[in-house]
Unconditional design. Sequence first.
Length: 440
Amino acid sequence: VVPHSEREFQAPLKLLILVLCLNIPSEVESCPGACVCYSEPKITISCQQQGLTAIPTEIPIQSQRIFLHNNRITLVRATSFTSCRNMTILWIHSNNISLIEPGAFYGLTKLEELDLSDNTNLKSINPVTFRGLVHLHTLHLDRCGLLELSTGLFRGLFSLQYLYLQDNNLQILLDDTFIDLANLTYLFLHGNKIKSLSENVFRGLINLDRLLLHQNRVSLVHRRAFHDLGKVMTLYLFNNNLTVLTGDTMAPLVSLQYLRLNGNQWICDCQARSLWNWFKQFKGSSSELECHLPPRLAGRDLKRLQSSDLDSCVDSFNQIRTSVFSTKTRLGKLPTGLPPLGSHDGSSKCCQPEMDKSFIYEAKGKAGPSSHSSRSSNNHLKEKENMSRPKYMETDPSKNGTGLPSTVRKLCYTKLNWMPLLKQTNKKKTNKKRQILRCT
Ligand SMILES: *[C@@H]1O[C@H](CO)[C@@H](O)[C@H](O)[C@H]1NC(C)=O
Ligand SMILES: *[C@@H]1O[C@H](CO)[C@@H](O)[C@H](O)[C@H]1NC(C)=O
Ligand SMILES: *[C@@H]1O[C@H](CO)[C@@H](O)[C@H](O)[C@H]1NC(C)=O
Ligand SMILES: *[C@@H]1O[C@H](CO)[C@@H](O)[C@H](O)[C@H]1NC(C)=O
Ligand SMILES: *[C@@H]1O[C@H](CO)[C@@H](O)[C@H](O)[C@H]1NC(C)=O
Ligand SMILES: *[C@@H]1O[C@H](CO)[C@@H](O)[C@H](O)[C@H]1NC(C)=O
């Protein structure tokens, strides 16, 4: 039995050897030194890990697959590959490329896969670089130190399915960056420094399946940012700087199955209610959404809160007030005659208008000495009411239909940054401050 099966194996092996012998001389006329060339299954030039500092000049024009990864190549010239019209796969990742001359990939209309990842000095790519790559389905640009994606960089890449942009230094994504990528299924953007998602940043991505945005600094998501993403099944936004997201924002994600929103500083108040409501009908799986504020809900999962937990509004005024108070505490200026601190139902009283206004008065730094001493005095409140109202009402996030947290919320958010500081101070003080935070 054994010899028989061996014979069966040997026939194809002989054929392979025959093919190699016959084909290499005829199809691959010359093989660059330091490279290995073979023609099956495709004409392949393999030069990886050879310590090359430049792309070999004598790459055979028949090459269909070119492997140049793990070298020390610093430059891709406009002429490096232009004759290789049949190239379908180019791996040039893990080099030290700092410049790709525009035109380097011109005319490579059969190119399907281009891996430029792990060239950390690349930093920027000329917007015409990928023009005409109509069959490109996979583009690796992760770990390239990219600072931005120039307008039009991905224009015309109609076949692109996988786009890897993770672990770069992207801060801003422009509207319509991906507008032509109707076939894109994976978009990996995690590990960047992206701060906001604008209305049309993902426009055109009608077949997107997986959108990874974790490990960024996203604090603002436009209400319509996901409007074309009806096919997205996986959305990761964990470890970002979100405090609020509305149900409206999530509504277009009708195919969503896997959602991760943990590692954000969720404010679980009246503004979180629309997201909470959205979760009531969400059938997929989701991470926890740990509440950061208000303190009485800290660490709780937003999804699992009771409706009544979200009755109150931990509004920005309140937060700012807290920070001002604490500053004073630290400076030893806190008035001694304060009313008793936070009752257990503090939340509902927390946002009484008088409180907000009194706070604003102080926050604006216009408080006279008296502002410290009798915050409950009627006179005082009147005065404050007068001064505070117009300025702050204009920027009230709830009054603006965009669904974006506005200046007030941002300000509030900034102030939240010393929350971790609070946690580091000794327990007693922390408790006291927290109570103030809750309500006076
Ligand atoms: C490219 O492929 C086509 C079709 O397989 C072939 O006819 C042509 O000779 C190839 N061109 C080069 C430069 O090898
Ligand atoms: C990569 O290239 C830069 C110049 O662009 C050079 O300073 C650096 O030493 C190179 N790094 C390696 C590992 O070759
Ligand atoms: C998706 O790619 C296929 C082939 O790769 C192409 O025929 C089709 O036009 C592309 N779809 C869109 C919407 O561009
Ligand atoms: C954003 O969130 C990260 C944690 O994900 C945190 O370390 C960082 O301080 C936050 N940035 C701001 C500006 O709050
Ligand atoms: C209150 O507002 C009125 C009109 O806006 C103004 O005339 C008055 O001086 C204000 N009072 C205080 C105490 O600021
Ligand atoms: C809402 O905010 C946007 C941008 O922040 C602004 O352009 C718009 O005028 C605002 N609308 C209202 C009604 O205040």
